[in-house]
Write a protein that binds this ligand. Structure first.
Ligand SMILES: CC(C)(COP(=O)(O)OP(=O)(O)OC[C@H]1O[C@@H](n2cnc3c(N)ncnc32)[C@H](O)[C@@H]1OP(=O)(O)O)[C@@H](O)C(=O)NCCC(=O)NCCS
Length: 180
């Protein structure tokens, strides 16, 4: 069964091969990558690889980032959602094999509440449909917006840590706390 969610203003669904141009627009943007290691993609081939990675996650883990589209315009705005970070390659703050929540949008769609709206729907999906016990979140300390959203949707600050020498903050939300 393919992943699909609707919020008031957005449709969230699995990435398809046809989203290569969309991912290129998102991930080649310098502003978008300011707090993501400052390494935007440069080629369509890289965008294709990102889509392949998303699709592999859906198949192997039954979860992965959702492609987000505005209901009104049909425009692709970016992605939001849950991901299983697997193995040492994707370990963070000493954690391996954990579910994290994240979001990444094209700048012309920032400031409209889409990160909050989509992340709330994804948390609900994670706890109610996927039955995850705990969902984690991380953001570079300087990424004020992202830190604010993680707190706003209910994650609790746990500790500061480093991502490749950059200061970052770690958050978590347990299902037991979410249910209350
Ligand atoms: C971070 C990001 C997802 C925010 O998306 P968004 O849809 O603009 O966020 P929202 O509109 O839901 O904003 C939620 C709150 O954060 C605040 N906020 C968002 N960006 C902010 C910023 N740069 N500085 C200060 N506050 C900010 C909003 O004002 C809002 O506050 P409010 O609830 O008090 O009104 C978006 O800027 C983005 O895609 N950035 C690039 C990728 C990225 O950094 N992802 C996160 C990696 S950890």
């Amino acid at each position: 069964m393919s992943l699909y969610l609707e919020t008031e203003r957005l449709i969230l669904k699995e990435f398809q091969d046809t989203d290569v141009e969309n991912i290129f627009k998102l991930d080649s943007n310098i502003e978008v990558h300011k707090y993501l290691g400052n390494n935007p993609i440069k080629t369509y081939k890289q965008a294709e690889e990102i889509i392949s990675f998303f699709k592999k996650q859906y198949q192997e883990n039954n979860i992965g980032r959702f492609a987000a589209f505005e209901k009104d315009s049909g425009n692709f705005i970016g992605w939001s959602g849950l991901k299983l970070n697997k193995g040492n390659k994707e370990s963070l703050n000493g954690f391996t094999n954990f579910i994290d929540i994240g979001y990444r949008f094209i700048p012309s769609f920032w400031g409209k509440g889409y990160a909050t709206e989509s992340a709330i729907a994804c948390l609900n999906f994670g706890f109610k449909e996927m039955n995850y016990e705990i969902i984690y979140g991380a953001a570079e300390t300087a990424n004020i917006g992202s830190n604010k959203i993680l707190q706003k949707i209910g994650l609790k600050y746990v500790n500061d840590f480093k991502v490749e020498n950059t200061d970052a903050k770690w958050y978590e939300l347990k299902k037991t706390d979410y249910d209350q």
